[in-house]
Design a protein around this ligand. Structure first.
Ligand code: SF4
Length: 183
């Protein structure tokens, strides 16, 4: 099995493991550094991601880029992807069977990149990776497993409620600290 990021991306672009392959324009494998210390995982591609094949390029993506930049991080030095790689129609929540079908790609991306910190953006990513549904209960608290996980608010949720912005910003800053501090 090919395990490097480009080989995984090629498989994703051709994937027909779930029915989202029929409605997508293009799959969105993710992008960034293949040696990233931080990987950020969202929910699923939206309309603009589906149109461009790139992750987090809509309004939520612009906010995420801004929050990264404010923490002195660039998109190029992290890796950005999502739990499922194809857009659900009308941006509905991904179904369990779609997540089950798609998760092996994410796990392989994690194994290939081997980041220090995994930032789970929103409840769908939190639940898929750690079984955590309520972001508010766990945000700001690093969770140590085989690597460090942090669950925080999805940028789209922050756009709906701007009061959440300081939490997202704080969590990204902490993720950076954990990923880059040599101990
Ligand atoms: S969402 Fe994932 S499993 Fe479903 S078709 Fe796209 S790449 Fe394949």
């Amino acid at each position: 099995m090919h395990n490097n990021i480009e080989a995984i991306a090629r498989e994703i672009r051709l994937c027909t493991r779930c029915r989202l392959s029929r409605s997508r324009r293009q799959a969105v494998p993710g992008e960034g550094s293949t040696r990233a210390r931080i990987i950020l995982i969202g929910e699923a591609p939206g309309r603009e991601e589906d149109a461009t094949g790139k992750p987090f390029v809509g309004r939520a993506g612009k906010l995420l880029t801004q929050v990264l930049n404010n923490a002195s991080l660039t998109r190029e030095e992290v890796f950005i992807t999502s739990v499922i790689k194809c857009r659900p129609p009308e941006n509905r929540r991904p179904r369990k069977r779609e997540i089950r079908a798609c998760l092996p790609y994410l796990r392989r991306q994690l194994a290939a990149i081997n980041p220090r910190v995994v930032v789970l953006l929103g409840g769908v990513a939190g639940e898929a990776m750690l079984g955590i549904k309520k972001v508010g209960d766990v945000r700001g608290k690093p969770i140590e497993r085989e690597r460090i996980y942090m669950v925080t608010y999805h940028p789209a949720a922050v756009l709906r409620n701007i009061n959440l912005l300081p939490y997202l910003s704080e969590d990204i800053r902490l993720a950076k600290e954990l990923a880059y501090n040599e101990t």
